[in-house]
Design a protein. Structure first.
Length: 387
C-alpha cells in the first residue's frame, strides 16, 4: 500500500492572488530577514490585507534552521494564536514554518517526535501555506522537515504525512530576483530530487511521472534561467519543476546523494543543492554496475542515451556533470573549495552520518561502510566511480 500526498497547489504567474480569497483572522508569516529586506514579505502582506487577515512576521529563520529557532517561533505562535502559518522563502523558512506549526499545534512534542509513526492530530488551531521564493527545494510540496542539531553538527530529517502544507502558492514572480548562484544551487537540488525520486527503490507509478517531468524541465530551463534571470518562461518552468520534483521525491524518497550531501553540508556548510549535485553522478555510477535499470530507463526518457544498461546509466551521470559545468557549478568536493586536510580529518564523521541518514533507506545498491568511504574519496578527487 502506498500514499500520494499533495497540498492544493496554485501555480503560474498571478498565483499569489489566491491569497486575496483566504478566509481567516490572523496569519503568522515565517521567513528570514533578507526576504523582508527584498520586499517579498510586503508583497504577500498586501494580498493578506485584501483578505482582511491580520499579519504577524517571524523573520528570525537562519539558513539550516535549528531546533532552538523553531521553538522560539512556536512560542511566538502560542502568543499571537494564528489560524494560518505561512512559510515564505527557500527550504529553510518553509521547513521552519512546518516545524513551528507542528509545535504550535502540539506543544507537548519534541521535534524528533515529528515522524511518520506518531499520529500528530494537526490542524486543530491553524493550517499551513508554503510560498517558495527559490526554485529547488520543493519544500512547498513535501511533508519533509530538515532541522539542524547545532551541537552535534548533524541534520535531522523529520516529517509526517500530516506535515504537508494545505496550500502551496507557486508564483514565479517570487523567484525572479534570485541571484545566479542561488538559481544554480537550488535548481540542481530539484534535479537531484527528480533523479533520486525516480531511481530510489521506493519509486511508485504515481511519483514517477512527476520526477521524470521535473528532470526534463531542469535540463531544459535551468541553463536558460542562468543565462538570463529575467526570462520569465524559464523562471516559471523551473518554479514548476521544483514543485513537481518535490511531489515526486516526497512520495518516493531521496537517496544516497542526499545522504552524502547532508553530511557534507552539516560540517563544511556547502549549500544543499550544490552538495547533492556534486555527489549525484558518483552515486549513479556506483549503482550503475549492479542496478542500472531505473537509471537507464530515465536516461532513455531524457534522451541522454538509448543504449540501455550500465552504459546508459553512466551517460545519465555524465549529463548531470555536463549541466553542472555548463552553469559553472563544481563537480567535485575539491572544486567546491573544501580543503583536503580538513576533509580527511572529518572523513569518519562524514561516512558515519551519511551511512545513518534516512535517505540511505531506499538506495538502488546499498554500499558497505568501506564503499561509502571510497565514494566520498572519489567525489573529492572528481574521479568517476569504477567499483
Ligand atoms: Zn534536496
Amino acid at each position: 500500500m502506498w500514499y500520494f500526498v499533495s497540498p492544493e497547489i496554485v501555480f503560474g504567474e498571478g498565483a499569489l492572488d489566491a491569497l486575496d480569497e483566504l478566509e481567516g483572522r490572523r496569519a503568522l508569516i515565517v521567513t528570514d530577514a533578507t526576504l523582508v529586506g527584498l520586499g517579498l514579505v510586503d508583497k504577500v502582506k498586501a494580498h493578506l490585507d485584501r483578505a482582511g487577515i491580520e499579519v504577524h512576521v517571524f523573520d528570525a529563520v537562519e539558513p539550516n534552521p535549528s531546533v532552538q529557532t523553531v521553538r522560539q517561533g512556536a512560542q511566538v505562535a502560542q502568543e499571537i494564536e494564528p489560524d494560518w502559518v505561512i512559510g515564505l522563502g527557500g527550504g529553510s523558512p518553509m521547513d521552519a514554518a512546518k516545524a513551528i506549526w507542528v509545535l504550535y499545534e502540539r506543544p507537548d512534542l519534541h521535534p524528533a517526535e515529528i515522524n511518520p509513526i506518531v499520529s500528530l492530530g494537526l490542524r486543530q488551531k491553524a493550517r499551513l501555506i508554503a510560498i517558495p521564493t527559490t526554485s529547488g527545494t520543493g519544500s512547498e510540496a513535501t511533508f519533509g522537515i530538515v532541522l539542524t542539531d547545532t551541537e552535534e553538527q548533524r541534520k535531522m530529517g523529520l516529517g509526517s504525512r500530516e506535515s504537508i502544507p494545505d496550500i502551496a502558492i507557486v508564483d514565479p514572480v517570487m523567484a525572479m530576483g534570485m541571484p545566479p548562484q542561488l538559481t544554480a544551487d537550488t535548481g540542481l537540488d530539484a534535479l537531484v530530487h527528480a533523479v533520486e525520486g525516480y531511481t530510489s527503490s521506493w519509486h511508485t507509478d504515481l511519483a514517477d511521472g512527476m520526477c521524470f517531468n521535473a528532470a526534463r524541465l531542469v535540463f531544459e530551463y535551468l541553463p536558460r534561467a542562468m543565462a538570463d534571470g529575467s526570462d520569465l518562461e524559464a523562471r516559471e518552468r523551473m518554479h514548476n519543476a521544483a514543485a513537481c520534483a518535490g511531489l515526486g521525491f516526497s512520495n518516493s524518497l531521496t537517496s544516497m546523494a542526499h545522504s552524502m550531501g547532508h553530511a557534507l553540508g552539516a560540517v563544511f556548510h556547502v549549500p544543499h543543492g550544490r552538495a547533492v549535485a556534486i555527489f549525484l553522478p558518483y552515486t549513479i555510477e556506483f549503482c550503475a554496475r549492479e542496478a542500472p535499470e531505473r537509471f537507464a530507463d530515465l536516461a532513455g526518457l531524457l534522451g541522454c542515451s538509448q543504449a540501455g544498461g550500465e552504459e546508459a546509466a553512466r551517460m545519465l551521470a555524465r549529463s548531470v556533470r555536463d549541466l553542472c559545468c555548463e552553469i559553472g557549478n563544481p563537480t567535485s568536493v575539491a572544486e567546491a573549495g573544501v580543503e583536503r586536510e580538513a576533509y580527511e580529518a572529518q572523513l569518519d564523521k562524514l561516512v558515519d552520518d551519511a551511512f545513518n541518514d534516512t535517505s540511505m533507506m531506499a538506495v538502488a545498491r546499498a554500499p558497505s561502510y568501506e564503499e561509502l568511504r571510497q565514494l566520498f574519496l572519489y567525489a573529492y578527487e572528481g574521479q568517476p566511480v569504477d567499483f
